[in-house]
Ligand binder design. Structure first.
Ligand code: ADP
Ligand code: MG
Length: 703
């Protein structure tokens, strides 16, 4: 059968569908290299934007050339010499009547050497640098100058690339793609004209032409910085596409059914009545928001943000109580063994007093323990099941899962969020989902990566908390630090000493912590010192943590396993080693382990000088503020969104053009425009998502 398209069909094919192989010069090899950059269609070529630009549109006089400038110069060779200092090199002294310049070649052929004779006229392009005898260009591009030679009429785009794809190839590919774009205009502009006009943005064709082939009078600096209306328009469209993806996902959730949990709330009331404190106003408000969601017949998808120590566990437990009262099972998942264990302790203490059974599932159980646990979960005898990722393995069958609680969400990505939701689905019913994070999500991210969730914020700490005083001390002053530890313990306080290593390896971390513990045991023989690290068995860790909680241990030497969730209010001093290597949010999480009781608390950041600029900034921020929101905002500025969200979410934060820090002023317009598109141009939704997010993430786009 002949499948080749007819002429009419070819014309109708949009650039979004045309494979790159329609372009000249794209054989199987180039195609494969392009595929590595996720470039499969002509549209993808057009959305592969330049990194920077070179100005080859005018000739610069040597007299006005300065170091660091990239320029085209027309010159005449005055002297050409091969010299043998250190390296053999060819030096050409050239001049143009306004000044002079040296061209330096380390690699050159016999023919080149013969060409570059005194009297030869050249056109060169290169970057001028300061050399031993005035300005020079190292390995400039050059051609012999002939009469009436043209300069380029647009700025030269330099593309991000991969091995074996040269700039010349990019130029040829984009030339052809742009020619297709201007000839038959089959790249649909999905952005409503009214929206673009409102912000003074160009249409898609214009924007793409400008970024690929800027005219000489364009603002090059603005283009390079992504601040030109052409870049901004593309960033705007990209952000809109992401938002549409999340909205689609959200809409999909809304179409699912969940069990409404319309109960009196006796169990939750009893639970709260048993607590030794009253919930804060913020906790009460968030509990009420959750109750409203749980009453509905569509699945809750709510993110609770609350700084470390804000009391998220109590809020989660109140939700669990409601689900249990309604006759459903609850799964509580934490990202680490230690944190899951801590939840097990809390939930067991709270719920067993109320006659509710709490079960446990972790990756580190024996086969027999696991079998027993699985049976209890499947039979529904465990009404609340606490655990790690192990909760969502294939062989786990829930009895009547009505609510999933995920703690410390920043470690889980959108995809995991979806997987978890699907996992718990029971027939037509989807469990409600409550996600808790101690990493406050800056508004920029809340509006992009988390737009599919409802958000609640516990914006108040329990009464009596005092801010943690933070100091930075060079590691050479270790003796003073140990003195400080001695004093704190002498006053009846407990201390954390956190050993961090950049290596992810548990073994190395454990070793470092062990070494430190030995040094400290020697230095502080009068006190009880214990060690906890990721290589210990869950039971051992548990014993140590319990001993620390019971004040049988004065000083706990730990790896970052204690980063999240550990709660010992009497601990009021924390030493963090290698603080310069940690990110802001990790430092904030760690520091959040102290300042939980009524005593004045402090945190000592121990660092190895010299500090890099970023490390200095981070430490300064830690000293300035205890506010997790401020810290998260600054973290976003310093690191960029991709890192803040973690590698697992690069698909979301890894924008091609948009930059959340730079383009945050676009976010309000983005949500307005996205709403308008959904409302008035629904046909544009799927193509926009496809253009910017691609096929492989369709599940996330929900289309
Ligand atoms: P996080 O939000 O960091 O998970 P937790 O839930 O671990 O915080 O709570 C931190 C500590 O504060 C715990 O010891 C908890 O019992 C206590 N707490 C929670 N809510 C209140 C409250 N309303 N008043 C006093 N203490 C509270
Ligand atoms: Mg917590």
């Amino acid at each position: 059968m002949n499948n080749s398209p007819t002429a009419a069909q070819t014309v109708r094919t949009t650039l979004a569908e045309k494979p790159v192989t329609v372009l000249k010069g794209v054989g199987p090899k180039v195609q494969e290299k392009l595929a590595r950059l996720h470039i499969e269609t002509v549209q993808d070529v057009l959305f592969h934007l330049p990194l920077r630009y070179q100005d080859r549109t005018r000739i610069t006089a040597l007299g006005s050339l300065s170091p660091g400038m990239e320029a085209v110069v027309d010159v005449e060779v005055k002297v050409a010499d091969v010299i043998y200092r250190r390296r053999r090199s060819l030096l050409c002294k050239v001049a143009d009547g306004t000044g002079s310049l040296t061209l330096r070649f380390f690699h050159f052929s016999k023919a080149q050497q013969e060409n570059l004779k005194p009297g030869t006229r050249l056109r060169c392009f290169g970057e001028a640098r300061r050399g031993p005898a005035g300005l020079e260009m190292v390995h400039p591009e050059y051609t012999l100058l002939s009469a009436n030679m043209d300069v380029d009429d647009s700025l030269t785009a330099i593309y991000p690339t991969t091995d074996g794809l040269h700039q010349l190839t990019w130029r040829k590919l984009t030339d052809q793609a742009l020619a297709l774009l201007s000839s038959n205009r089959v790249l649909q502009d999905w952005m409503p004209a009214s929206v673009l006009e409102g912000y003074g943005f160009p249409d898609l064709r214009q924007a793409l032409m400008t970024v690929h082939r800027p005219q000489p009078d364009e603002d090059l600096a603005a283009l390079a910085d992504g601040m030109h209306p052409a870049n901004r328009r593309l960033a705007f469209e990209e952000l809109i596409a992401h938002r549409l993806g999340l909205l689609a996902m959200r809409a999909k959730t809304r179409r699912l059914e969940a069990a409404p949990m319309q109960v009196e709330g006796k169990l939750a009331t009893a639970f709260i009545g048993n607590l030794p404190f009253d919930p804060t106003a913020a906790q009460a408000r968030v509990i009420a928001e959750i109750n409203t969601d749980l009453n509905a017949a569509e699945p809750m998808l709510r993110l609770v943000q609350g700084d470390v120590g804000a009391g998220k566990t109590v809020v989660a437990a109140a939700a669990a109580a409601r689900a249990v009262e309604a006759g459903f099972q609850v799964a509580v998942m934490a990202p680490t063994e230690i944190l899951a264990e801590q939840h097990l302790l809390n939930f067991s203490a709270w719920f067993e007093a109320l006659g509710v059974s709490v079960g446990w599932l972790s990756g580190k159980m024996t086969a027999k323990q696991r079998r027993d646990s699985l049976a209890a979960v499947a039979a529904g005898t465990d009404q609340i099941v606490v655990g790690t990722h192990a909760l969502f393995q294939d062989d786990v069958v829930f009895h009547r899962l009505g609510l999933t609680i995920i703690d410390e969400q920043h470690r889980f990505g959108v995809h995991q969020r979806l997987a978890l939701r699907n996992k718990g689905a029971d027939g037509d019913l989807t469990p409600h989902q409550l996600i808790m994070t101690a990493t406050p999500i800056p508004r920029t991210l809340a509006m992009t990566a988390y737009a599919d969730l409802d958000c609640s914020v516990i914006d108040e700490l329990p009464p009596g908390r005092k801010p943690v005083t933070t100091v930075a001390v060079a590691t050479s002053r270790r003796a003073e630090i140990i003195e400080r530890v001695r004093r704190a313990i002498g006053e009846g306080r407990q201390v954390y000493w956190v050993c961090t290593l950049i290596e992810e390896s548990d073994a190395l971390q454990a070793q470092a912590a062990e070494d430190t513990a030995n040094v400290l045991i020697e230095a502080l023989p009068e006190y009880s010192i214990a060690l906890v690290h990721g290589r210990m068995k869950a039971k051992e860790k548990d014993l140590v943590m319990q001993a620390f909680k019971n004040r049988e241990v004065d000083l706990l030497v730990a790896t970052t396993v204690i980063e999240v969730g550990v709660d010992v209010p009497n601990a009021s001093l924390m030493i963090i080693e290698n603080a310069e290597r940690l990110g802001l949010s990790q430092l904030h999480q760690l520091r959040g382990r102290v300042g939980r009781g009524s005593a004045e608390s402090s945190c000592v950041l121990v660092y190895q000088p010299p500090l890099s600029q970023t490390a200095r900034e981070r430490i300064a921020i830690m000293r300035e503020t205890n506010d997790g929101f401020v810290i998260a905002e600054r973290d976003l500025e310093i690191r960029g969104a991709g890192e803040l969200l973690g590698t697992r979410q690069t698909g979301l934060a890894g924008f091609r053009i948009a930059d959340l820090a730079r383009d945050d002023d676009l976010l309000d317009p983005v949500s307005e425009a996205a709403a308008l598109i959904v409302e008035q141009h629904p046909e544009a939704v799927a193509p926009l998502i496809k253009r910017w997010i691609g096929e492989e993430k369709r599940e996330y786009g929900g289309v």
